[in-house]
Ligand binder design. Structure first.
Ligand SMILES: NC(=O)c1ccc[n+]([C@@H]2O[C@H](COP(=O)([O-])OP(=O)(O)OC[C@H]3O[C@@H](n4cnc5c(N)ncnc54)[C@H](OP(=O)(O)O)[C@@H]3O)[C@@H](O)[C@H]2O)c1
Length: 293
């Protein structure tokens, strides 16, 4: 089964390509240099010629704070790119799995967010991703929009790797403790996508639409930092003595972030029989892998 993967050098794209190949999928992985998803005619041609059974869009502009000063770039990659892919997929008769984010929500809800909850993004990145979701829905019936959150992996820049780096460099680290979400290992997300891919290939009745998938359990950034450093110290020597809990107000950033971005994933479980993995277990796997290479 051939799967075309865009953004193949990103955290999710990379894991998907690697794990997909290992599991016997024919992965056509395209990085930004090979396929810029904002180039409409090239996207059309690439999808047409791909001979893929499924396209997965792992490409996105993900620099949340930088997006505040580069809205055109964020919207080009996160709205126009998915629009191009969805149009090309519609013409070629190929379904699309498109990744989206918890940051489409404003964080005001008490309790986990459902797929049916109103989106109300607080920042440019979230607005551009919400626009991307709409663009996909408008152009292609056979789509899965997969919202995820707090993604980390051995590859690329992410919170977990930053904490390990800071833990080696500093005595004190201050981390926000009043934003809550669900840390997600890119490898688990890749496996989820591959399970859906198999169901698409098997011609099962697919309930196209929007789904949530993230790690199981809730953390604050501070809680995630504590767990990360407690796991990492088994493999490396750390300088850090204090991991101080601070409030969002003590750590101003260009982009406002939701205080609650916990995603309810029960629809995914019910529809595709895909179960969330406890975030602490996945984090332990990632950190072990990180130090074993
Ligand atoms: N990271 C998170 O915490 C998080 C949370 C929730 C949802 N998500 C969503 O999950 C998906 C995957 O995220 P990720 O963490 O894997 O992101 P990532 O590591 O930043 O990877 C994104 C990839 O897309 C590429 N890209 C950017 N613009 C492109 C364009 N115009 N054409 C083609 N490729 C382009 C980037 O290339 P360059 O490196 O060259 O820019 C990068 O390789 C995204 O849709 C993201 O919005 C991520």
């Amino acid at each position: 089964m051939r799967i075309m993967v865009t953004g193949a050098h990103g955290q999710v794209g990379w894991e998907l390509s690697k794990r997909g190949k290992r599991k016997g999928f024919d992965i056509l992985g395209l990085d930004r240099a090979t396929l810029d998803i904002t180039d409409q005619s090239v996207v059309k041609r690439r999808v047409e010629k791909s001979e893929a059974v499924l396209v997965v869009n792992g490409a996105a502009y993900t620099a949340v704070d930088q997006a505040e000063s580069e809205p055109e770039l964020a919207f080009a990659a996160n709205r126009d790119g998915p629009a191009n892919l969805a149009s090309a997929c519609a013409e070629a008769g190929i379904p699309l799995i498109h990744l989206s984010t918890d940051f489409v929500f404003d964080g005001e809800k008490k309790g986990p967010y459902l797929e049916s909850d109103q989106v109300s993004p607080l920042n440019v990145y979230g607005k551009s991703k919400a626009a991307g979701e709409t663009a996909v829905r408008e152009r292609l019936a056979e789509h899965i929009i997969l919202r995820t959150s707090w993604v980390y992996s051995e590859r690329g820049g992410n919170f977990v790797k930053s904490m390990i780096r800071l833990g080696r460099e500093r005595d004190v680290i201050r981390v926000v403790a009043d934003q809550y979400g669900c840390p997600t290992y890119a490898a688990d997300l890749a496996d989820t996508i591959l399970i859906i891919a198999v169901q698409i290939q098997d011609n099962r009745e697919i309930a196209w639409g929007t789904y949530h998938y993230c790690g199981k359990g809730v953390a604050s950034w501070h809680g995630l930092a504590l767990e990360t450093l407690s796991l990492a110290k088994q493999y490396t020597s750390l300088k850090v003595k204090t991991i101080e809990a601070i409030g969002t107000a003590d750590y101003p950033t260009p982009a406002k972030r939701p205080l609650n971005s916990v995603l309810d994933c029960s629809l995914m479980e019910k529809t595709f029989d895909i179960h969330q993995k406890p975030w602490q277990q996945s984090l332990a796997r990632m950190i072990k892998r990180m130090f074993s290479v």
